[in-house]
Design a protein around this ligand. Structure first.
Ligand code: OSB
Ligand code: MG
Length: 370
């Protein structure tokens, strides 16, 4: 594969409903897409950074600059025999995992088309259908949350995750548990507690939760290990895991019992594959988190979730939960059993709606090999 050109596009997409986490509310989702050309094929990917550096240190605009000045020049005109090789070309750039994933994942889309093999299969995926859960935004009161949970349980989702933060935790959790005593349930704090909250966090043990996701600092492993020793519910790390070394440290230190392996946050498919293989070996459940993706990022999340180390339901849900209209066809739909069928055609397995993307593009830049 010779990389001929890279195009970045920013789209302004409106979420059907605002999504609130402990770090902020998103009304409109700026979406950053990579369109990469090689050997006459087009590969697509989504840079899953948020609008500001509040989930991790990346953002849409920072990613644009990093790709323009540091990543694109390292791959344009390069010949690669496999998409996995690009990781080494980008390794000089420290951090910026979501930006690097944007380049690598688009190349996997191309390699899959070039070889005529479904993307999930090329990655080593073994699951033909993946299990889906939902992530529910912070709500104004337990009653509102109960309505949302009821809707998603009725739709068939196999696991419900609720966002929490100090002041919006125990009352919400006990309301949900009372109304739904048996559903697989988890919480995600997005780093809004500290070890000073130990007594409160201990109370979560009585709700039979699958996991507590990222309760402490976004960049911490050590304090999570201290917390895990003092509570029974498995902790799950999201924000703190950027590559295999982090996963090894977290597992060896006993900082978590579960890992959320987000494709963007870990730097793309090669890194996600490493982490899921390690989790499988160490019998640590893994699952695919979401970043409010449009159809392109969603399609990549579906492909990676076919890997055998992705053993728990992911935050991969139907396009229509987020968007009035999605940029792929068909849009992502979920069966009444809460599953998504993994596409069995080469590439993303969904048609990219180029005209619609063009219409929604508010910024665009292309760089070509010399
Ligand atoms: O922590 O998993 C998270 C959304 C934005 C940033 C961080 C997170 C989330 C979600 C939403 O939980 C997952 C989704 O539905 O895409
Ligand atoms: Mg999370």
């Amino acid at each position: 594969m010779r990389v001929d050109s890279i195009t970045l596009r920013k789209l302004q997409m409106r979420l059907k409903a605002p999504f609130e986490t402990s770090f902020g509310i998103t009304y409109d989702r700026p979406v950053l897409l990579v369109e990469l050309q090689a050997d006459g094929f087009t590969g697509w990917s989504e840079v899953t950074a948020t609008e500001g550096p509040f989930y991790n240190s990346e953002s849409i605009d920072i990613a644009w600059l990093v790709i323009r000045d540091y990543l694109a020049p390292r791959v344009l005109g390069k010949s690669l025999s496999a998409a996995s090789e690009v990781r080494d070309h980008l390794a000089a750039v420290r951090g910026h995992e979501m930006s690097r994933a944007g380049i690598e994942n688009a190349l996997w889309d191309i390699e899959s088309q070039l070889r005529g093999v479904p993307l999930a299969e090329l990655l080593g995926g073994t699951q033909k259908e993946i299990s889906c859960g939902v992530s529910l935004s912070l709500q104004d009161g337990p009653e509102k949350l109960l309505e949302k949970v009821a809707t998603e349980v009725a739709a068939g989702y196999q696991r419900v995750k609720i966002k929490i933060k100090p002041g919006k935790d125990l009352a919400y959790l006990s309301a949900v548990r009372k109304a739904f005593p048996d559903i697989p349930l988890s919480v995600d704090a997005n780093s809004s507690y500290t070890l000073d909250d130990l007594e409160l966090l201990r109370c979560f043990d009585e709700f039979n939760l699958l996991m507590i996701e990222q309760p402490l600092w976004w960049d911490d492993i050590y304090l999570h290990a201290r917390l895990q020793k003092q509570i029974e519910t498995p902790l799950c790390l999201d924000e703190s895991i950027h590559h295999l070394r982090d996963a090894r440290a977290a597992i060896d230190l006993g900082a978590c019992g579960i890992i959320n392996i987000k494709l963007g946050r870990v730097g793309g498919y090669s890194s996600a594959r490493d982490i899921q293989a390690y989790c499988l070996d160490r019998k640590i459940p893994g699952w695919c988190g979401g970043m409010l993706e449009c159809g392109i990022g969603r399609a990549h999340n579906i492909a990676v979730s076919a890997l055998p180390g992705y053993t728990l339901p992911g935050d991969i849900s139907a396009s229509q939960r987020y968007w009035i209209e999605d940029v792929i066809e068909p849009e992502v739909t979920v069966s009444p059993e809460g599953t998504i069928r993994v596409p069995q055609t080469p590439g993303l397995g969904y048609h990219v709606r180029h005209k619609l993307i063009e219409r929604w593009t508010v910024e665009k830049e292309t760089w070509r090999a010399g």
